[in-house]
Design a protein. Structure first.
Length: 285
């Protein structure tokens, strides 16, 4: 039996990214990234794999067929907020609205329960887990235990597998599990996202193998706009364009060729309690 991994997708359009929103230029192309979502769905089917899609629910309103196609293909649909705004830029009521509206929109669009959430840019606030619990979510994937990188990550976490949310915030409700995005053991840099494009699939697959040897299920992530040819927009940082399009599509296929069973976050979590919960109860992990 092969090891398991989660190759998740943060399903947002290029025009919803912070890099685009803060740029001086614009594009007149609509739906940049939708073709990447279709490629992702089709390549998963080719390799008899599935995944979790953390979906910005406004996309389900503007392009409902694209989101329904993911659900119909067997992907787990989770939330990536309604409008993809950074949580730290919103007040408490704004964050609450993003969580409740996205859950409602996605559940109506797919006819399935939405239990998972990932914050845009992994940006979480002190009330994060309270708001998730209040809105009816059961797991979160908004932590990256990366080393400190100014402008990217703060280096404040050391979590590498599913744990109770109280391991992130001691006062977090016990109804929420945190499933952190994976980093390279030792180096402590993310395995995917921009880092896959910077370092290549050999870097990512090595990290997956090292985590699997430690009994850790890798949590990876990509974006649909990374899988398409992006329009040139004045003010969007060069790093956003590095190895997007065909190179990234081939990298995703290279990952799926590894000896892992690619599944959903929900399926991994359904198999048992996080090890930390068992340890808190004095049970062997």
């Amino acid at each position: 039996m092969s090891n398991r991994a989660v190759l998740s997708m943060d399903f947002e359009l290029f025009t919803q990214t912070p890099a685009y929103r803060s740029a001086s230029g614009t594009t007149d192309r609509n739906g940049v990234g939708l073709d990447g979502g279709r490629f992702f769905r089709e390549i998963l089917a080719e390799y008899d794999a599935t995944a979790t899609a953390f979906v910005v629910s406004s996309v389900a309103e503007s392009h409902p067929n694209a989101v329904r196609a993911l659900a119909d293909a067997g992907l787990e649909i989770a939330s990536h907020t309604h409008t993809h705004q950074l949580f730290s830029d919103l007040d408490g009521e704004g964050r609450r609205a993003e969580l409740t509206q996205s859950k409602d929109v996605l559940e109506r669009a797919t006819g399935e329960e939405v239990s998972g959430f990932r914050a845009p840019a992994f940006d979480i606030t002190d009330d994060h887990f309270d708001l998730l619990s209040e809105a009816g979510y059961t797991y979160d994937s908004s932590v990256v235990s990366s080393r400190s990188i100014p402008g990217w990550y703060g280096g404040e976490y050391d979590l590498h597998e599913p744990v109770p949310a109280s391991a992130v915030r001691p006062d977090a409700p016990d109804t929420i599990t945190e499933f952190p995005a994976s980093v390279m053991p030792g180096l402590q840099l993310p395995l995917t996202g921009t880092w896959l494009r910077f370092f290549g699939p050999r870097y990512t697959t090595l990290g997956m193998q090292l985590l699997a040897r430690r009994g850790v299920t890798p949590m990876l992530y990509v974006h649909p706009w990374e899988l398409v040819d992006l329009p040139a927009v004045e003010g969007v940082p060069t790093r956003v364009y590095v190895r997007t399009g065909d190179w990234m599509r081939r990298a995703v296929e290279r990952i799926l060729q590894q000896d892992f069973e690619f599944t959903t976050a929900r399926a991994v979590l359904a198999d048992g309690e996080p090890a930390a919960t068992q340890l808190h109860r004095g049970e062997p992990p």
